[in-house]
Ligand binder design. Structure first.
Ligand SMILES: C[S@@+](CC[C@H](N)C(=O)[O-])C[C@H]1O[C@@H](n2cnc3c(N)ncnc32)[C@H](O)[C@@H]1O
Length: 256
């Protein structure tokens, strides 16, 4: 599969950074200096982590070489490692494991989330934000359109997803002090002429694995149909911008 495109991902950096900051603001004072940013991507959150915890040793982990290359440029990380979150085992248990918009790319959350909590130092905090948007038209229609026009090409079981809020709560509540919430951000996307603005937002993230199953002509057909569907689902406002509601799940778990 093609690598992440750091520039395309950064197009909406302000909108993508806001939930990251909202999550960080809820993190309690730390019991130590080790922080790991799991799925740190191109390091967009690194400078904010550094400002909040100036003396911490901040390590980032990501599986994308392209994203890590830009993460280095932020200067915010003490260490950056290319690797898979599912296989990650810290040398020193961190006081904070922070993960913004990354864990939904991994399967088996019923096992993964308690495992990550188990890697924390005593009194440590696991702070996580993940999109909860799969049933919204912006996400569902990528899969529906490919299924309709190229049946069997994309396996919907590969779709990154999360457990619902209640199940996540019941899973993590026994492990420590838990705060969990969901927020729907009413995002304003600027006018765009070459694509519906929602396509510009989703094509560098959620749609990547779906589009990767198609050749260039097939991608052309699906993106045209997707643009048409988005015009109905997220209509243009008077100034040609669109409102794009986006739901996200957050939790902060602090071990005893
Ligand atoms: C949407 S980006 C978020 C990046 C960053 N946390 C931020 O808030 O800007 C998701 C990142 O998760 C990474 N990722 C996805 N699955 C991963 C895995 N199994 N192990 C490590 N990184 C992963 C991707 O490479 C990508 O950089």
């Amino acid at each position: 599969m093609s690598d992440w495109n750091s520039d395309a991902y950064s197009k909406f950096s302000a909108l993508r950074l806001r939930p990251a900051v909202d999550l960080l603001m809820k993190v309690p004072p730390l019991v130590g200096d080790e922080i790991t940013d799991l799925g740190c991507g191109n390091g967009a959150v690194g400078p904010v982590l550094r400002t909040r915890f100036p003396k911490a040793r901040i390590a980032g982990l990501d599986s994308s070489p392209a994203m890590l290359e830009d993460a280095w440029k932020t200067g915010a990380y003490d260490a950056l490692t290319e690797g898979d979150i599912a296989k990650w085992r810290p040398e020193t248990p961190p006081a904070l494991i922070y993960s913004n918009a990354a864990l939904h790319w991994l399967p088996n959350h019923a096992t993964l989330l308690p495992e990550l909590a188990g890697h924390l130092a005593p009194g440590g905090t696991l702070a996580v934000q993940m999109p909860h948007q799969n049933s919204a038209p912006s996400h569902r229609l990528w899969i529906d359109l490919v299924d309709q026009h190229f049946p069997g090409r994309y396996d919907p079981d590969q779709t990154p997803g999360i457990l619902d809020a209640r199940t996540t709560y019941d899973l993590l509540d026994p492990l420590g002090h838990l705060t969990l919430w969901e927020t729907e951000y009413m995002q304003r996307l600027d006018p765009a002429t070459d694509a519906h603005p929602v396509r510009l937002f989703t094509s560098s993230t959620f749609a990547r694995p779906v589009l990767n199953t198609l050749d260039a002509d097939e991608q052309g057909l699906i993106t045209r149909l997707y643009d048409e569907a988005m015009e109905l689902a997220y209509p243009r406002r008077a100034d040609d911008s669109v409102l794009f509601p986006f739901r996200r799940l957050f939790f902060i778990l602090t071990r005893p």
